[in-house]
Each structure stands twice: as structure tokens, then as C-alpha cells.
Design a protein around this ligand. Structure first.
Ligand SMILES: [Zn+2]
Ligand SMILES: [Zn+2]
Length: 143
């Protein structure tokens, strides 16, 4: 994925809505879309502190909320406060979640949408969204 292109696209969309884009907020968005590990808000926060040491966790949450409002970030909640986020692929897609280290991975899978469509057709169901989590042990934890 071209992260610079995605960043530019998001900044244009937010500007069009009249959202103020401070350098700090731009840096937070950049951190979100550069991170391939489905970070939590806390993880994004500690990453952003390296460049903007005064950033508060609340500011990170506010930026996440903005991206949610425009449908450009996917939140993976786990029934507690440990939501993880995908700002790279905002549309629902399958995730593989390591129960040892908490890593969340995307896999490039063709045909997943077709499976959903087939299921919807078979049941007469209108799909609004979907969530598919696979739990297990990642390759580095297996070593
Ligand atoms: Zn692992
Ligand atoms: Zn993902």
C-alpha cells in the first residue's frame, strides 16, 4: 500500500469537512496508517510521543474518532478496553490474532467477499458489516 497516497487522501477528506489539521494530528494519522500491526490507541500514543512528546492519549482518541466518522479506520473491539485499529484497510476483512503475543495480522485472501455474498444469498440476509477473527499462535511465537 502507498501510505503517502493514503495519507494525502485522508487529509483531503478531513480538510473538506473543515477539520483542523495540526502537525500533531497529521503525525498521529501518519502513525496510524504506517503501523501494520493493528495498534491499540496506547501503542499509537507511545509511538507518537517519539516525535510529539506532549501528545495526550485523549488527542490520539480524538483523531481515531475523526477517522471513524469518515469510515476510514476499522476498530476491532474485544469486549474490554483493548480495541485495536486498522487504519490501512478500513473495510471489514479477516484477521488472524495471536493469543500469545497479541499480534493481529491481515492475510491477502481472494474470494472472501464472494463467500459473504453467497451466504447472504442463501439466507436472504442483508449484510451490513462482518467480522471474522481467527485465533491461534503466530509463526514467531511457535519458535
Ligand atoms: Zn505471537
Ligand atoms: Zn486488518
Amino acid at each position: 500500500m502507498d501510505t503517502q497516497k493514503r495519507l494525502d487522501y485522508l487529509l483531503v477528506r478531513l480538510r473538506e469537512r473543515g477539520n483542523r489539521l495540526t502537525p500533531q494530528r497529521v503525525a498521529i494519522i501518519r502513525t496510524i496508517i504506517n503501523n501494520t500491526n493493528h495498534p491499540s490507541a496506547e501503542q499509537m500514543h507511545s509511538e507518537i510521543l517519539e516525535t510529539f512528546p506532549t501528545t495526550s492519549l485523549a488527542t490520539v482518541y480524538k483523531t481515531i474518532r475523526l477517522l471513524k466518522e469518515i469510515g476510514e479506520i476499522l476498530e476491532l473491539g474485544f469486549g474490554d478496553d483493548s480495541s485495536r485499529f486498522d487504519g490501512r484497510k478500513p473495510h471489514p476483512h479477516p484477521h488472524m490474532i495471536c493469543t500469545e503475543c497479541g499480534t493481529i495480522m491481515d492475510s491477502e485472501l481472494d474470494g472472501f467477499e464472494t463467500i459473504i455474498e453467497t451466504m447472504a444469498r442463501q439466507t436472504g440476509f442483508s449484510v451490513k458489516t462482518h467480522r471474522f477473527d481467527i485465533f491461534g499462535i503466530c509463526s514467531s511465537c511457535k519458535k
